[in-house]
Structure formats: C-alpha cells, structure tokens
Design a protein around this ligand. Structure first.
Ligand SMILES: Nc1nc2c(c(=O)[nH]1)N[C@H]1C(S)=C(S)[C@@H](COP(=O)(O)O)O[C@H]1N2
Ligand SMILES: [Mo]
Length: 222
C-alpha cells in the first residue's frame, strides 16, 4: 500500500507537488534518447551544475545526533536499531560519485563518507523472501527500491560531504546516496528501512514518477 504521510500541509507545498505531478503527466524534460554510461558521463537531458541545489518538500526536520535513530526491519534475520554512536561504530567508507536529479541537474565528483548499505545489510541479513525496500524519513518522505539496487556496492548511508558533516538542508545527519538512480531515490533525514516481499511505491512514485528512475534510460516518469 502506498504511504502518504507527509506531515505538513500548505499552499506552497501543494503547488510544488502539483507542478511536479504535471511535469510527469506531460512527460516534460524528456529527450527521447538513451545514454551509455560507458561512453557519456552526463546522462541524457541533464545539465551540469557546480553548486549543489537543495530539493525537498519545504520542511527540513531538525534531527540532532541525540535524536537520530536508524532502524532496519521487516524481512530481516536481525532487526537493527541504531543510535548515533551505534551508527558511527559501523565500518566507515568513502566514495566520490556523480549525482543526477530528475529536475535536470547533475553534479560531478561528490565525496561522501558514511556506512555502505552492503555493510549494514550484512548485519541485518535479509531473508530469502525480501526483494524490495521502503525507506521513511523524518519529514515523512518515502521512497522505494529493489533490494538489488539498495544493495548496490556504491549505495551509502552518508553523514559527511567533502570532509564536513552533511548539512541539514542536504539531509543531515544521515541520508542515502544511491548515485545510479535519480536523486529522489536517495532519501534525506532517513530513519527507517523496511525490507519487503512486495513493492511499495513511495511519495513521488505514486505521483507519476518512474518506479526505478535510471538516469541513463531517462526513466523520469512512469
Ligand atoms: N526526506 C526527503 N528526502 C528527499 C526529498 C525530500 O523531499 N525529503 N527529496 C528528494 C529529491 S526530489 C531530490 S532531487 C534530492 C535532493 O537532495 P539535495 O537537496 O541534497 O540536493 O533529495 C531527495 N530526497
Ligand atoms: Mo528531485
């Protein structure tokens, strides 16, 4: 069942959501071409930016490290509930990746530090029936992935960017970074990861956006 529990209401937020829904209906920004990641670094229809834009539903929850909790539950052998110290005690990794937003900007060479999803899953041990993942954030945002995409070697629960703590506006203290898919698949202020047997489309996926969101295939709308 799709979740729709964004807590805030208001005219500005509704207008923003409505605009993006209309883009999906109209197939806006589609170039009709297919990219080849082996050949082109920039996916089709994208524009390179130097600054890092901020995109969300207009609510940036204040999640202090004291308040922060991360849970992994559902179809796992070991349910996990971590506080900040527990999260930081997990193996730490770094990566430098390009990110691609469906609103057409891409940004190269972002250096993130955090916990690889693969390392977290090794602790949680997904059951054989687990095939999908639903993630929930402190602002009520949800998004879904296949377990295969979520477990990608470059998927990271990031807490630092360019050597500094991840800023609140970009999802600090902890967000997912999954560079192989459009950035709406990378929840900011993440708090809950649920492994599922059936898919559960998230906030944008039930509003006309593609269920997978591969930038190279230009999977903007679904
Ligand atoms: N919790 C939460 N995560 C979110 C969003 C959001 O509204 N809430 N927006 C998504 C979208 S549409 C994009 S493009 C990226 C933007 O991340 P940025 O603001 O760090 O660039 O976050 C994604 N993750
Ligand atoms: Mo986005």
């Amino acid at each position: 069942m799709p979740e729709d529990d964004i807590p805030t209401t208001g005219a500005v937020r509704d207008k923003l959501i409505r605009t993006k829904e209309r883009w999906a209906e109209e197939g806006r920004l589609l170039t009709g071409t297919q990219g080849d990641p082996a050949r082109d670094r920039l996916p089709p229809g994208q524009t390179l930016v130097r600054d890092w834009p901020v995109l969300d539903l207009g609510v940036q929850p204040d999640v202090s490290k004291d308040k922060f909790r991360l849970r992994v539950e559902g179809l796992v052998e070991n349910r996990i509930a971590l506080d900040w110290a527990g999260f930081m005690a997990l193996p730490q990794s770094e990566m430098v990746v390009d990110i691609h937003c469906v609103t057409q900007w891409s940004r190269y060479d972002n250096r993130f530090a955090g916990v690889k999803v693969a390392d977290l899953l090794e602790l949680a041990r997904p059951k054989a029936e687990a095939r999908f993942v639903s993630m929930t954030s402190y602002d009520g945002y949800t998004t879904n992935l296949t377990l295969e995409d979520f477990a990608a070697p470059e998927a990271m629960l990031a807490h630092a960017w360019e050597g500094k703590p991840l800023e609140r506006q970009h999802g600090g203290p902890v967000r997912l970074v999954l560079p192989r898919l459009y950035f709406w698949k990378s929840p900011k202020w993440i708090t809950r990861i649920e492994l599922l047997a059936e898919d559960r489309p998230g906030f944008w996926e039930v509003r006309g956006y593609h269920n997978r969101g591969d930038p190279w295939m230009e999977e903007r709308y679904g």
